[in-house]
Design a protein around this ligand. Structure first.
Ligand code: TRP
Length: 339
């Protein structure tokens, strides 16, 4: 962090939209591995509420989800002392730099963004300008902190690419103002599939609610979903890792392995001769046990409003300090009169 003397750590930054519930898939596949990153990188995580309103939101819901998500990330081990955790709208520099970058981002470039095209189709009644210029705001998020790395999934790669283009364009006019960031492809975590359709990814938008387990779900609901999980229709009825023939069983083994650290061999031995009637609830139990403390800690944090407020206030202060430095430089470069 800024206070560390001789800090040579690279900067990593990630925005998270408070637009849905976190799932077991996002936990085992990604979030679980985030706390360890702080040893290697200076990490910034923010709730991207400015991005979220590009799609119409219920205000009370947005507020609730923003705080719940902040609390949940902390409960998953993201320590606010080791990481900078904040809420995007608390740091005005994001909106301020976004305006400037809008003027260095081309209409043609934005028109080619696949996410804009997808979202316009889905929200045909609300194709607003914010949805269109969303990549300029995301570029501002990244460039304010001179980030070296941006961890991204497939769907956000194009946005990091345009951010690089905007940074390079700006630098070529005004000199080295921005660090040009690299996308960071995280080491693969567990790939968790739907419990009811094990050939597609576990997703909050799954039509069948039984396919998706939520991070903050009650233990009894988790258990029920695992008991109902699809296994296979062959007669073998044994716990064996064969993703092609038995994708449902393989998925449950993946999950069990990710939670307990056991190898597939060990799992096969553990359940030898025991059948799915024993295996499925066993997976449900370890998942419920793993998520229980996260759920309880999230609830505890949400009740401790004063502490949560201290966290996001301090986060916003630390973030603003760095962000404003970059913003001042940009304002000066483009020719604004300094106050
Ligand atoms: N657009 C990202 C998403 O929908 C969220 C995001 C906003 C982001 N700003 C960012 C991610 C900056 C990385 C860096 O997932």
């Amino acid at each position: 962090m800024a206070e560390t003397v001789m800090d040579t750590k690279k900067v990593m930054l990630s925005g998270i939209q408070p637009s849905g519930e976190l799932t077991l898939g996002s936990y085992l596949g990604a979030i679980k591995h985030w706390p360890a990153r702080a040893q290697e990188f200076d990490c910034y995580y923010f709730m991207a509420d400015l991005h979220t309103i590009t799609v119409r939101q219920n205000p009370a819901e947005l507020r609730r989800r923003t705080l719940t998500q902040l609390a949940a990330y902390m409960a998953c081990g993201l320590d606010p002392k080791q990481n900078v955790l904040f809420i995007q709208s608390h740091v005005p520099a994001h909106a301020q730099l976004a305006w400037v970058l809008n003027c260095y981002t081309m209409y043609g470039e934005l028109s080619r963004m696949t996410q804009f095209k997808d979202k316009s189709l889905k929200n045909a009644d609300n194709i607003n300008a914010g949805l269109f210029t969303y990549p300029a705001l995301m570029a501002a998020d990244i460039l304010l902190y001179q980030a070296d790395y941006v961890p991204v999934g497939e769907d956000q790669k194009q946005h990091v690419e345009i951010c690089r283009d905007i940074a390079t364009r700006f630098n070529s006019i005004y000199g080295d103002v921005f660090k040009v960031p690299e996308p960071y492809i995280p080491p693969v975590g567990a790939r968790v599939m739907s419990l009811t359709t094990p050939t597609s990814k576990m997703s909050k938008s799954d039509h069948d609610q039984n396919g998706c387990v939520y991070l903050l779900e009650k233990p009894e609901d988790i258990l029920r979903k695992f008991k109902k999980a699809v296994t296979d229709s062959d007669m073998e009825h044994c716990v064996r890792y064969a993703p092609k023939e038995k994708p449902g069983v393989a998925n449950l083994m993946q999950i069990y392995s990710a939670v307990t650290g056991k190898s597939f061999d060990e799992i096969e031995r553990e359940f030898e001769g025991k059948g799915y009637g024993v295996f499925k609830p066993a997976v449900g139990e370890v998942v419920a046990d793993c998520l229980r403390p996260i759920r309880e800690e999230t609830q505890r944090l949400l009740e401790d409003k004063a502490y949560l407020e201290t966290v996001y206030r301090e986060g916003a202060e630390r973030a603003s300090y760095i962000a404003n430095k970059t913003l001042r430089k940009v304002y000066k470069k483009v020719g604004f009169v300094q106050m």
